[in-house]
Design a protein around this ligand. Structure first.
Ligand code: FAD
Length: 340
């Protein structure tokens, strides 16, 4: 067995969270992981450290403390303003070698995934990607990462008993955001770093920012599957009436009926709305993981045996092309009555 760069006995009883930032603002997923990290650290009697890289980012330090960090390590440099895999990997590697945390967690953002993969190879440790839950055993110090496999038919619990750090990535929306405590403060450790420009092989040529719909924050999510035959205009109208957003399963996204950023599920967005509608959706586990934390799930499917009904609070066996327009009409009538 290949040994990791530092072993179990050298690792400290601390959880580190990579604080992903974009334009100097912390990614929400990092705050969610800090919130979960706080809970794990409290249960185990460990400490929680945030690792923040960037340029002129000191105003984000307070936010990281507010969401539960005990300590923040900061690396500031003009060449860290935007994520580049070369510079970020080198600096985080240096920090981890110095701090030797037992656990290192990253958001499963494009940058976080890129970084975690490289670091796992450098440290010769394991990496559990896209975890749906994390547990920490206070006695053994073992992190158990829950991931889904084989189409959701298997829940795998993964542990890394012999290698450190124990690394996992977590997607946006998997853990709820904890309560913010603006009065929370702690020590900071400013790292001394040198970065030579020629060591950075990635050059940013153009930066394109999408419209940025955030399905994780909508209170009402109206999801359409293959059964709606591309009629997202109908779902858009329903979502608009309920101040919600439209989401989709993977097939309509693959077929080009709707933007990929609206895909819900294991390889899409994980949401926690108050109400999720599943319209013409069969209920594959890959999709269900994206809505199973909703307060209420309403499913409309013409097949009474559709698996989605097993995960739903309200089950409507009907043709979506009949039911949705009728529902829209009823809601509109309700609005008219209210306005009369
Ligand atoms: C690694 C991997 C990752 C994946 N990630 C995701 C993911 O993130 N998100 C995701 O959604 N999928 C994902 N998938 C795909 C997933 O496994 C399913 O194939 C997909 O969710 C099925 O989409 P669907 O329910 O729209 O289509 P289908 O399974 O084809 O179901 C269509 C449903 O519509 C119903 N229907 C048809 N006509 C009507 C009608 N007129 N009125 C009412 N109901 C009707 C049918 O009864 C059926 O239940 C992934 C797959 C893999 C292998």
């Amino acid at each position: 067995m290949v040994a990791s760069l530092y072993g179990v006995d050298d690792a400290k009883k601390t959880i580190w969270v990579f604080l992903d930032q974009e334009d100097g603002e912390l990614e929400r997923v990092s705050l969610e992981i800090l919130s979960k990290g706080r809970q794990l650290a409290d249960e185990a009697g460990w400490s929680l450290t945030g690792l923040l890289l960037g340029h002129q980012i000191s105003d984000q330090v307070q936010r990281a403390f507010a969401y539960g960090a005990d300590e923040i390590w900061i690396a500031e440099h003009p060449l860290l303003e935007r994520f580049t895999i070369d510079a970020y990997t080198n600096v985080v590697e240096m920090a981890l070698l110095k701090g030797r945390p037992s656990v290192f967690l990253c958001g499963a953002t494009p940058n976080g995934r890129d970084l975690a993969g490289r670091l796992a190879v450098r440290f010769r440790t394991g990496l559990n990607a896209d975890c749906t839950d994390l547990r920490l055993d206070p006695k053994s110090g073992l992190l158990t990462s829950e991931v889904t496999g084989f189409g959701g038919g298997v829940l795998a619990l993964l542990e890394s008993p012999y290698h450190r750090p124990q690394m996992s990535t977590v997607r946006l929306g998997v853990f709820p955001l904890g309560a913010e405590d603006p009065n929370r403060v702690g020590p900071t450790c400013v790292m001394e770093i040198e970065i030579a420009e020629e060591t950075i092989h990635t050059k940013l040529i153009e930066r394109v920012v999408g419209e940025g719909v955030d399905l994780t924050r909508t209170p009402v999510l109206v999801c359409g599957g293959r059964g709606i035959d591309g009629r997202f205009d109908m779902l858009q109208e329903l979502a608009h009436l309920m101040h919600g957003e439209v989401g989709a399963t993977r097939p309509p996204v693959d077929e080009g009926h709707i933007e990929r950023e609206r895909q819900v599920g294991q390889t899409g967005v994980v949401c926690r709305p108050k109400i999720a509608f599943a319209c013409g959706v069969s209920g594959a586990f890959h999709f269900v993981v994206g809505i199973q934390e909703s307060d209420l799930v309403v499913a409309i499917n013409s097949d009474p045996n559709a698996p989605i009904f097993e995960y739903s609070d309200v089950c409507i066996v009907d043709d979506v092309h009949q039911f949705i327009p009728a529902l829209i009409e009823e809601i509109q009538k309700g609005y008219t009555t209210l306005n009369d």
